[in-house]
Write a protein that binds this ligand. Structure first.
Ligand code: NOJ
Length: 547
């Protein structure tokens, strides 16, 4: 099946993110679970073009957790929350996924544990506890205030005073998420053991949560004020008022990235498998690119959020961002693109609606690099509508409802049965009101649906070396369109994306006659001769006809 056995799967493949609480409930508690994921594996990839056609799933945390941050507050790294299942069910999930050639990537949360993790309970029991130094503790300043001016991303200071032992501990998220001290070699070893535990259970890689935060300035110096801070920041948004200079992205962190990589490579050498290390990272391009490692010995894929975070949604900006990235990457580094996840607004809402979401899908799945697709984006899910009394996300609760991430975490919409086929009981977040039309079953039946567009794009990508591995060559010309070639050997494909609400006429140097392989509207396959037309927000994949 794979013509490129030398190319690791994560380079060729497409990753699909599952937020397990919201994918499929099988236990009738209104919360998704691992058995639910197993049930839906055929939808994701059954080996035929009737299925979506993704290559790997990344599952957000399913570990035991008090759920203060919906699983990103882990109280045991080596088990499964009973609400999600058991280790046996996890093993079955891996086996069932592998049977379908779907890789399994798990979330690894190295920066912080839950305050209910036994390590933190021990560490906070006394100043002399052997695990005290597993976390970051400091005395108050002489006036009793926190050790420095760092803020939490979820509002308030990054420090909470612990009365019984008279010191502050650090947390850049909730106070229920104390930060581990990665300068302590014993902590490193314990956290490497966590990776080994999941590798031994057969996973194919890790998505590493806020991995650029794990080392902080050794002296914990104050961050400088941010001269560009918005004027209307909520009063408790301390983090937003300072530049993130000392609390993240320290040079020494790359040593740990190398150690992660060595650990994975060691496993790979022993069993001939390819593992992937993906990191959640932000920051300017020149600093971000360093996470690949100086010699390609760092992370395989530092997540690239630029297309969703930086600049407007238009042809020029998108092209600029991609071209800048292509230029910045050393030859050993493989690009990747993300347009949605559980922390951002839904893609369809952010970019203006379904037409734009279709165009975004064509771009995401035809650029050079590994795409990550967020569950529900394939059916064009919009931001959920959450009544104020149902808001759950601590970020929204602390910093204002417009910052809530609940909108991107509503249940997957499968069909028109109870709660859209997600659950038999009321889900933890409401199903979107558009579920009767916007669901997998309904969209499967409509040949031109956005879901069928995703299927077509994904399977075309599978079959095409040009799309999955080929080189990228942008085309100059029309300011409202972003056009580029993808090419591998003899195979050449032109992608033309109209970001405007007007018709555009395109003529691309070097393109003679061509055949339309795919339109984002899924309603045309004609032959074009030299010049062609793009309807508003239409994208096309065109194969030149070689005479
Ligand atoms: C990033 C995760 O994506 C987000 O959901 C979480 O709240 C923070 N890291 C803290 O773990």
């Amino acid at each position: 099946m794979n013509k490129h056995n030398h190319v690791p799967w994560w380079q060729r493949g497409v990753i699909y993110q599952i937020y397990p609480r919201s994918f499929q409930d099988t236990t009738e508690n209104g919360i998704g679970d691992l058995n639910g994921i197993i049930q839906r594996l055929d939808y994701l990839n059954d080996g035929t073009p009737c299925s979506l056609g993704i290559d790997a799933i990344w599952i957000s945390p399913f570990y035991p957790s008090p759920m203060a941050d919906f699983g990103y507050d882990v109280s045991n790294y080596c088990d499964i929350h009973p609400m999600f299942g058991t280790l046996e069910i996890f093993d079955r999930l891996v086996a069932e996924a592998h049977r379908r050639d779907i890789k399994v990537i798990v979330d690894y949360v190295p920066n912080h544990t839950s305050d209910q993790h036994p390590w933190f309970i021990e560490a906070s029991s006394s100043r002399t506890n052997p695990r005290r130094d597993w976390y970051i503790w400091r005395d108050p300043q002489p006036d009793g205030s926190p050790p420095n001016n760092w803020g939490s991303f979820f509002g308030g200071p990054a420090w909470t005073f612990h009365e019984p032992t008279g010191q502050y501990y650090m947390h850049q998220f909730l106070k229920e998420q104390p930060e581990l001290n990665w300068r302590n070699p014993v902590v490193r070893e314990a956290m490497f053991d966590v990776l080994r535990f999941w590798l031994d259970r057969g996973v194919d890689g890790f998505r590493m949560d806020v991995v650029g935060l794990i080392l902080k300035d050794e002296q914990l110096r104050d961050n400088p004020p941010n001269p560009n801070a918005a004027h209307n920041l909520p009063e408790n948004d301390i983090a937003g008022r300072f530049l993130m200079v000392h609390n993240m992205d320290q040079d020494e962190v790359h040593g740990i990235m190398r150690e992660f990589r060595q650990l994975l490579d060691g496993y790979g050498q022993r069993n001939g498998r390819n593992y992937v290390a993906i990191g959640e990272l932000w920051g300017p391009l020149d600093r971000w690119v360093r996470y690949y490692g100086e010699k390609g010995d760092g992370l395989h894929l530092p997540f690239n959020f630029r297309l969703m975070d930086e600049g407007e949604w238009n042809a020029q900006v998108m092209r600029q961002l991609v071209d800048d990235l292509e230029r910045a990457l050393p030859s050993f580094a493989w690009p990747n693109y993300v347009l949605g996840n559980h922390d951002r607004m839904r893609l369809a809402t952010r970019f203006g609606g379904e037409k734009q979401a279709r165009l975004a899908a064509m771009m995401l799945l035809t650029l050079r690099g590994t795409p990550t697709l967020y569950y529900g984006d394939e059916i064009g899910l919009e931001n959920g509508r959450i009544p104020p009394e149902m808001l759950q996300d601590p970020q929204g609760i602390n910093l204002g409802p417009e910052r809530t991430r609940d909108v991107a975490r509503t249940p997957m919409q499968w069909d028109i049965t109870s709660f859209s086929g997600f659950s038999n009981v009321e889900p933890w977040l409401p199903v979107s009101p558009d579920y009767e039309k916007r669901n997998v079953a309904a969209q499967t039946a409509v040949s031109t649906s956005i879901l069928n567009l995703h299927r077509r794009l994904l399977w075309l990508r599978h079959e095409s070396d040009a799309l999955s591995l080929g080189e990228y060559r942008p085309v100059d010309g029309n300011a409202d369109c972003y056009n580029y070639w993808r090419a591998a050997g003899e195979e050449q494909l032109l992608i033309a994306l109209n970001f405007s609400a007007e018709r555009q006429f395109i003529s691309v140097p070097g393109l003679g006659d061509g055949r339309i392989l795919l339109s984002t509207h899924l309603d045309r396959t004609e032959t074009i001769m030299g010049t062609f037309q793009l309807r508003p927000f239409e994208g096309l994949i065109i194969q030149p006809i070689i005479a």
